[in-house]
Design a protein around this ligand. Structure first.
Ligand code: FUL
Length: 458
C-alpha cells in the first residue's frame, strides 16, 4: 500500500513540475527566427513614378519614360552594406502595374521601355548584385494593378500568381515577399477580389523558406503605421481569424502592439521612408532624415523588438542620391559608437527565482548585475531568447549606486531586443525583475551603454 501512495505522490509532483515546464505558447518558425536577426534593411521604391514625380502612378504612363541613365545596383548594395543594412526589398511592381522585369504576363514592363533598348531586367541586376554583396533579396509586388486589362476579373488572380512564379523561378532565392494590401480600381473601373489563399499556397509550394509580409502575415505583419514606429508593448503574436490584408485588417492599434495571447507568431516590421515620399522627388533632396532622426527610429523599431525596413529610393539616374547615402553612413556611425562598449560586460551576475502564485508559478525572476565600481550609463539593452516564444509580460529595471536605488524603469514586452534609454546615471548595480511571464522566461542578455546624451529618448 505504502508503495502505491509513494508512486501516487511521485506522479502528482512530476505532473505539476511538467506543467511548470510545458510552454504551449506560439513559437517562431525557422525562417521567422532568421528574419528576426535581420534587424535593418532597405526598401527601394523605383519605377515610372521616379520619372513622373508621382507617388501613385495611374497605370497609363508611357513605358518609354522609364529610362534610368546610370543605373547601378552595385552602388545600391555598396551603400546598403556600408549602412549596415542586411538586405534589399525592391518594388518589382507598384500600383501602376509597371514590371521591373520582362514579365510574360504584362505588356507594361521594362521590356517596353527605353532602358537598355528593352533588354534590361532590374530584378536580375539587383538579385545578382545582392548575391555578390552578401545581402538578402526581397520583392515587393502590389496586387493592385492600375494597368492590367484583366484586373477586376477572376483571371487576374492567375496573372498575379504567374507573375510571382516568374519571380521565384528566375530571381530566387527570395528572402521576403511583400504584399501591399491596397485594393483600388483598375483600368476598367473595377476592384479586384484578391484570392489570398491561392497567393499564399503559390509561395509556400514554390519557396517554403520565403517569409511573406502583409498587414496580417502569414509570416510578418505591418506595424500599423508608415512612420517606422513599433508599440512600446509589442507582441510577436497576432490573431488572424476573420481578418485579411487591406481594409479587412485588424485595427492599426492591434497591429502596432500585437495580441498578448495571439495564436500565431507574426512579428511586426516597421516600414518608413528616409524622405517624405516613397519614390524619389528632387524637391525632397533637402528633406532627407538626419542620422539622429534615423537613430531615433532605430530605437523605436529594432529597439522595440521589430525590424526596420527603411526606404531609400533611387533617383532618375538609377542611383542613390548622396544626401541619402551621407545620412545612412552617419546613422551607421551613431549605432557603432552607441553600442560599442557594454559597460556591464564585467559585472558579476546572479539569478534568483521566487515561487509564487501568479500565472507562471515561478514567475518572479531577478537577475542582479553587480559592478566593482559605478559606471555611467544611459541605456540598457535586453534580449529574450525567442526560440522559446515571447513570454515576458512585465519587467522592472532597478538602477542603484552602492545600495541606493536611483531609478526604476518599468516595461512590458522584451522580445528579440528591447533598448531602454534614460538620462545618464552613475550605476553600480542593475537588477532586472521579471514580474510576470506567460511561462518560464528566457532573458538571454542584459547590456549597458553610454551613448551620446543627445540620442537618448525618454
Ligand atoms: C503603401 C503604398 O500605397 C505606398 O505607395 C508604399 O508603397 C507603401 C510602402 O505601401 O500601401
Amino acid at each position: 500500500m505504502r508503495k502505491y501512495i509513494i508512486a501516487f505522490f511521485l506522479l502528482i509532483s512530476c505532473t505539476s513540475f511538467a506543467q511548470n515546464l510545458i510552454n504551449t505558447n506560439p513559437l517562431p518558425g525557422k525562417a521567422q527566427l532568421q528574419w528576426h536577426d535581420m534587424d535593418f534593411y532597405f526598401f527601394m521604391h523605383f519605377g515610372p513614378n521616379t520619372f513622373t514625380d508621382l507617388e501613385w502612378g495611374k497605370g497609363n504612363e508611357q513605358e518609354e519614360i522609364f529610362n534610368p541613365s546610370q543605373l547601378d545596383c552595385k552602388q545600391w548594395c555598396r551603400i546598403a552594406k556600408e549602412a549596415g543594412a542586411k538586405g534589399i526589398i525592391i518594388t518589382a511592381k507598384h500600383h501602376d502595374g509597371f514590371c521591373l522585369w520582362p514579365s510574360k504576363y504584362s505588356t507594361h514592363t521594362i521590356r517596353e521601355s527605353k532602358y537598355k533598348n528593352g533588354k534590361g531586367d532590374i530584378l536580375k541586376e539587383l538579385s545578382d548584385a545582392c548575391k555578390e554583396y552578401g545581402l538578402k533579396f526581397g520583392v515587393y509586388i502590389s496586387p493592385w494593378d492600375r494597368n492590367h486589362p484583366k484586373y477586376g476579373t477572376a483571371d487576374y488572380n492567375d496573372v498575379f500568381v504567374n507573375m510571382m512564379k516568374e519571380i521565384f523561378s528566375n530571381y530566387g532565392p527570395i528572402w521576403e515577399l511583400w504584399w501591399d494590401g491596397a485594393n483600388g480600381e483598375g483600368p476598367n473601373g473595377k476592384k479586384q477580389v484578391y484570392d489570398w489563399n491561392k497567393f499564399i499556397k503559390t509561395v509556400r509550394d514554390i519557396s517554403p523558406s520565403t517569409v511573406v509580409f502583409s498587414d496580417v502575415g502569414p509570416d510578418i505583419r505591418w506595424v500599423g503605421n508608415e512612420n517606422g514606429i513599433a508599440g512600446t508593448t509589442n507582441w510577436n503574436l497576432l490573431d488572424t481569424v476573420g481578418f485579411a490584408p487591406g481594409i479587412k485588417a485588424p485595427s492599426t492599434d492591434t497591429l502596432n502592439a500585437g495580441n498578448m495571447y495571439g495564436k500565431n507568431w507574426i512579428p511586426a516590421e516597421c516600414d518608413v521612408s528616409i524622405r517624405p515620399g516613397w519614390f524619389y522627388h528632387a524637391k525632397e533632396d533637402t528633406k532627407v532624415k538626419s542620422p539622429e532622426a534615423l537613430f531615433s527610429l532605430y530605437l523605436k523599431s529594432v529597439g522595440r523588438g521589430a525590424n526596420l525596413l527603411l526606404n531609400v529610393p533611387p533617383d532618375g539616374r538609377g542611383l542613390i542620391n548622396s544626401n541619402d547615402s551621407l545620412a545612412l553612413i552617419g546613422f551607421k556611425k551613431l549605432r557603432d559608437q552607441s553600442f560599442k562598449n557594454n559597460v556591464l560586460k564585467h559585472a558579476m551576475q546572479m539569478d534568483k527565482e521566487h515561487s509564487d502564485k501568479s500565472e507562471y508559478r515561478k514567475t518572479e525572476v531577478t537577475t542582479f548585475l553587480i559592478l566593482k565600481e559605478p559606471v555611467k550609463m544611459n541605456c540598457i539593452v535586453l534580449k529574450e531568447d525567442i526560440q522559446f516564444g515571447q513570454l515576458i509580460k512585465k519587467l522592472d529595471i532597478h538602477l542603484s549606486n552602492h545600495g541606493t536605488e536611483i531609478k526604476k524603469i518599468s516595461i512590458t514586452t522584451v522580445g528579440k531586443k528591447r533598448i531602454v534609454t534614460f538620462p545618464a546615471e552613475e550605476v553600480s548595480e542593475v537588477s532586472v525583475v521579471i514580474n510576470s511571464a506567460k511561462a518560464k522566461p528566457h532573458l538571454s542578455s542584459i547590456e549597458g551603454y553610454l551613448m551620446d546624451e543627445q540620442l537618448v529618448e525618454q
